[in-house]
Design a protein around this ligand. Sequence first.
Ligand SMILES: Cc1cc2nc3c(=O)[nH]c(=O)nc-3n(C[C@H](O)[C@H](O)[C@H](O)COP(=O)(O)OP(=O)(O)OC[C@H]3O[C@@H](n4cnc5c(N)ncnc54)[C@H](O)[C@@H]3O)c2cc1C
Length: 447
Amino acid sequence: MVWLMSDYDTYDAIVVGGGISGLLSALTLGKKGNSVLLLEKANVLGGNCRTYEPPDCPGWRVDTGVHAITGLIYGPLKQLNHYFDPGKFPTFRQHTNYYLRKKDGLEKFPSTLPGFLKMDSLPAKDKMILGGCLINTVISHAIFGEKQKAVYDAISKHRLSKKTMQFMDALSYLLSGLSMKKTSVSRLLEGCGFSSGGKRGIFRRIAEIANLFNNIGYRSQGYPLGGIQSITDGVITSFPKNVEYHTREEVRKIEQVESGFCVSTLETDYFSDKVVYSGEVKKLPGIIEMPVEWSQQVKKLEQATAMTIWLGLKTPMTEFNYNGSEVFCDVCDTDKELFYWLMPVPELAPRNKGLIGVSTIIDPKKCHDSKEKLLNTIYSLVPALEKNIEMIHTQVMAPEKAAVSLNYFPSIKTPVKGLYVVGTDTDMRSMGITRAGYSVLELLKSL
Ligand SMILES: Cc1cc2nc3c(=O)[nH]c(=O)nc-3n(C[C@H](O)[C@H](O)[C@H](O)COP(=O)(O)OP(=O)(O)OC[C@H]3O[C@@H](n4cnc5c(N)ncnc54)[C@H](O)[C@@H]3O)c2cc1C
């Protein structure tokens, strides 16, 4: 067939997918003067970065998963901030602390090495060993750069207690969605704020050693006022006129044509010079013909499944009266649900009520059991909670399109000229929205 481009809508760039990575791609390309079309298959924009009213719980609002946004001081959102129109960049309240919930209350989760050594919850011998490992690893990362080594491989030779091994496993699940056998040491260091990840100069890396004693990364986390939807809304309302978007239009096929691409949805065909794909990279070979080796590599990307239970409280509770979030990982259990991450989000609750979100990593085949187990764990730790519940809303989602394991990650530039991929399965740094932001910065560098 001969394509006559003049018969069709043509753009400088077509962005496939309207999650935060697609939205930020459209915003930045648009602000650089490109004509952009963004196509989203769902009926709303935002993907995993939304706040909504659950259909069966009128009056309540919840986010798509419990969120603390990292890297607000130096990270990608800060670097992309100037693409937002004045006053549209969200305001964040600081996510001040992490706590460990124990049967007798909360213990502040340490952010520095001295704090870690004072922590009550782990045996003294183990803390000394882990402290030594931490100093060695941070220094060797700073001087020699990052090596892909699993957390388990780094600590298993030290004969740590079962409790400490469970703690490290829980921390790995929390930071990567995977066990400590699959989580890399670099991911753990980054997640705890001891490294900013990726390529950086030797002086910056050496300066990061100071984070062991004064952790800036840990302090640069926040929660956007108005819910995570305010990030999505900030982007959409900053779109210049040359950015167009259509919802309810799934991209079924992308073909290379003489001077670019033909992007097909059920409704019509569009043409562009460049395509930025922000759906799951694994699914891209089903939409456009990709080299076999590349397609086989991306199939190896691993995904975790998270369950979040939102609990609406009849009245706010002093037990959750803190700014930050808590983790619980003290149960002697052998499967994945040995930890939870809980965050009070009072600003989304109706007046004079309370709201907490609790997330954990689950086996998707055991959703029902996981829900019951998670609820029972919380009720046993905070007995007054059960009688104070007015609303329960459950979400099962993939927190990221790929969890950072020791596996290969594709780069933003694909083997097909003019076709780029962005999103949480294209950059290994940080996690979630911050990782999506890093991928957009890489896109801008690659163009
Ligand atoms: C429980 C939980 C906790 C989380 N905690 C945090 C946190 O603390 N901090 C943080 O930063 N992040 C967190 N996240 C993750 C974060 O929300 C996501 O990683 C991020 O929003 C993903 O953005 P994305 O654009 O890469 O992907 P997505 O949001 O998945 O967007 C992809 C979009 O592309 C669309 N699409 C796909 N294929 C097509 C197609 N063929 N045609 C048209 N459209 C298509 C999809 O419908 C979707 O809208 C959490 C997530 C969960 C679930």
